[in-house]
Design a protein. Structure first.
Length: 341
């Protein structure tokens, strides 16, 4: 008998060429998490004269949930989350060796994405005792958080079709090289709706952030000859950002914008190491992660303190703004031409 060991766990990802079908091309997720079988087991109610009832059961619904714990976000692996949460981005190149991927949330029906635009994933998860598998994985929600002096953290929930034991075990994979994104290397920009993202930096004020995104993608269960979801579709996403500021002029200005119901354009920009090849005409000469959100402040909490330092936290809800014609956008620039897996 083999006893499972935590240190021998793995999460392996495969970018499906045909949605719901895996191959042997997997890559490891450089983080932690668990795959859960979320099938429903029903014990029917019945009056048959037996104390405690009998062991009659049925399974009307099956599925899986892969939870990627919040771990250090990296320039190289964030695209896995965004490709399965928004749509599969087509990379472009710059004058440097930078590879640019942009994900823009749809605004109107002509922008809407179909399930075939999404990059779905197959998974292998387990340890030295057992390996399980699941397919047709898409991201239902993800989080990005960070605090000064720490790494930027990212986590996600993938919903999948049925979970089963994988008799073939783990694939032999190459562990990718990654670079962590540092929160303190980030910059905050806030502008009016009639301006542009990234024009006015707010320095010396941002202490922490927490971004929560419900992607709107959901599995639809129908009478279709199967017990897991038949297809996936996207409904309205929800994007909420909490920022903790020093209690300073920036915080006061944003509280005033909240009270006035004034739309804002927020950009969070995180930069990393330089590209292997740089060029004076390049937009990006360093690895970069950008969050662009249009919307309005929903609330500001009461004045708080951290070790005697007065701080204030605002909640920003991303929504489409007609003046800016913007909603939400994510950009990752790395040097990965083709995502592994």
């Amino acid at each position: 008998m083999t006893y499972g060991v935590k240190a021998l766990r793995q999460i392996q990802l495969h970018r499906e060429d045909t949605q719901g079908i895996a191959s042997t091309d997997f890559t490891p997720w450089r983080g932690t998490g668990v795959l859960e079988d979320v099938r429903e087991t029903v014990f029917p109610e019945e009056d048959i004269g037996i104390f405690g009832g009998v062991d009659r059961v049925y399974t009307p619904k099956t599925g899986g949930k892969l939870t990627l714990d919040e771990v250090e976000a990296t320039f190289e692996q964030l695209p896995h989350i965004f490709d399965a949460a928004i749509y599969a981005a087509t990379p472009t190149t710059d004058a440097s060796s930078g590879v640019i991927r942009t994900w823009t949330f749809p605004l109107v029906s002509t922008d809407a994405k179909s399930s075939t635009d999404l990059q779905t994933y197959s998974f292998k998860f387990g340890d030295n005792a057992e390996v399980e598998q699941a397919h047709f994985g898409y991201v239902s929600d993800f989080t990005i958080t960070g605090s000064a002096g720490e790494g930027l953290m990212a986590g996600a929930t993938f919903m999948t079709r049925d979970v089963s034991t994988d008799g073939n075990g783990f694939e032999t994979v190459t562990v990718p090289t990654v670079e962590e994104i540092l929160f303190s290397k980030g910059k905050l920009y806030i502008n009016a709706a009639n301006e542009s993202f990234g024009l006015t930096q707010k320095t010396g004020t941002l202490l922490s952030m927490s971004l929560n995104v419900t992607t709107g993608w959901q599995g639809i269960y129908t009478a279709d000859g199967r017990s897991d979801f038949s297809f996936i579709k996207q409904v309205q996403p929800e994007i909420v950002l909490e920022l903790t500021f020093e209690h300073d002029g920036t915080a006061q200005a944003e509280k005033a914008a909240w009270r006035a119901g004034t739309a804002r354009l927020l950009q969070l920009k995180f930069e990393g190491s330089g590209m292997t090849t740089t060029d004076a005409g390049a937009t990006y000469d360093v690895k970069t992660f950008i969050i662009n959100l249009a919307g309005k402040w929903e609330k500001f909490d009461a004045l708080d303190e951290i070790d005697g330092d007065d701080v204030v936290t605002g909640t920003f809800r991303a929504r489409y703004n007609a003046t800016a014609a913007k909603f939400a956008e994510f950009i990752v620039v790395n040097e990965v031409d083709t995502m592994p897996g």
